[in-house]
Design a binder for this molecule. Sequence first.
Ligand code: NAI
Length: 274
Amino acid sequence: MAYNLLKGKKGIIFGALDERSIAWKTALRCVEEGAEIVLTNAPVALRMGTIDQLAKECNNAPVIPADVTNPADIENLFDQAIEHFGGKVDFILHSIGMSINVRKGIHYTENNYDYMHKGFDISAISLHRILQTAMKKDAINEWGSVVALSYIAGQRVFPDYNDMADAKALLESIARNFGYQYGVKKHVRINTISQSPTRTTAGSGVKGFDGFVDYADKMSPLGNATADECANYAVSLFSDLTKMVTMQNLFHDGGFSFTGVSEAIIQHMGESED
Ligand code: NAI
């Protein structure tokens, strides 16, 4: 059901790789709510993925390649988006994550530092780079909204989340600190959504992911939040209904983050003792 929450708004969506991507679902929901969007992803992801299909479904949204570790790519992206829209943007979705240590199955205590730097650059520092470029170009309208995707491993230990946990802690910190600066300067708000584990390409790369998903589902009073539900939440944060929300890490996890233990987990533990 559409409410026209984003009527007249213009946004940039980073990170739609395939139909399972949180960014993919969010792009569709934004357009359904009346927004005009520009899609972007790393050149290699554009070659591998099926983003043209999404672009078509989004009223022929332009697809502009940008590797978020490359400042020139980010500048070009904003220049092209502003030219396409004939003005500034109102919202940005940062839905980007990658850890080479996770990909290569390197244990946290054995992490390779070149890989770690690369992972932090892609998954966290990229948010700073995007915001810095936007601020220099004055590319975001007053009261614009920026949302990045995070995970609770940024605050609590989930051993197999590896160095992505540190990347998420950094991402959330950048959202807070840039949120202050951009808030004072232009009333632009910046938040992270801390999403339930979700079966996507990035998610499935984490060791023992299926067990992870089932555990979180059993621990959450409402069950795990889906990618579609995450898209709805992102739309609400891009809308004017959440105008005074900024610098927050917002849990979208069916209650997981504030549940100590659930009856379903206790029962499961009891069964394994029998
Ligand atoms: P996904 O694999 O569909 O999306 C990750 C995106 O990052 C891909 O589109 C990929 O091309 C992009 N990316 C990687 N390197 C890049 C680069 N150098 N430049 C530009 N883009 C680059 O997976 P998903 O799950 O939709 O991930 C989106 C966000 O949600 C990530 O930040 C992830 O950590 C976060 N998240 C995912 C959860 C899950 O369980 N799937 C749970 C909580 C948060």
